[in-house]
Design a binder for this molecule. Structure first.
Ligand SMILES: [Fe+2]
Ligand SMILES: [Fe+2]
Length: 187
């Protein structure tokens, strides 16, 4: 599997978690139970799988080569577009975490609103972001990077993927994803 194919495959899993986040938020909005433990798991998935595992590969490898090799247009697209959106996602997760902690202590409606808003806003952001990467950014990189750079991007992406596999990272987070999908009846 080529480097970009690994990233596109990961997008599918991140989109699956976004569906879970919407379903769990909808449950709260409809007056159902707010299970903070589940939201903490979603948060952990986003931070460790979507951000540390997936975004790190984009930022350190593919995007890095695109910025170095493809000129001003690629630099703008990545720095002012993709990286800003990665940061916005992190902000939503920090706010989600603060709201969960507040809800655990005070059980208040205000925190409940912040949980639903930040979890849902993240799903909008990440779905749009993924669409842009799949349709514009990755295609642009694949078409325009030199053969040599593409080979290095592929190799390094695969190396990071393999080392995470050895640590059991994908297995751990895909299991959490499966369990939450079942629990919230999303598939
Ligand atoms: Fe990204
Ligand atoms: Fe991505």
């Amino acid at each position: 599997m080529f480097g970009v194919d690994i990233l596109v495959k990961e997008h599918e899993n991140i989109k699956r978690m976004a569906k879970v986040m919407r379903a769990a938020s909808l449950q709260v909005l409809s007056g159902g139970e707010l299970i903070t433990k589940d939201f903490y798991q979603m948060l952990e998935f986003v931070r460790n799988y979507a951000d540390k595992h997936h975004h790190k590969k984009e930022e350190d490898i593919l995007f890095d080569y695109m910025k170095k090799e493809l000129g001003k247009l690629a630099q703008n697209l990545i720095t002012n577009g993709m990286l800003v959106e990665h940061d916005l996602g992190r902000l939503h997760m920090r706010e989600l975490e603060a709201a969960l902690q507040s809800y655990d202590v005070k059980n208040n409606e205000d925190a409940k609103l912040d949980i639903v808003v930040n979890a849902t806003a993240y799903t909008y952001l990440i779905n749009r972001h993924i669409e842009k990467e799949n349709e514009v950014v990755f295609t642009f990189g694949e078409k325009n990077l030199t053969e040599e750079s593409r080979t290095i991007v592929d190799q390094r992406t695969k190396e990071m993927e393999d080392s995470a596999t050895k640590e059991g990272l994908q297995e751990k987070y895909l299991k959490i994803l499966d369990e939450l999908e079942k629990k919230y009846k999303v598939s």
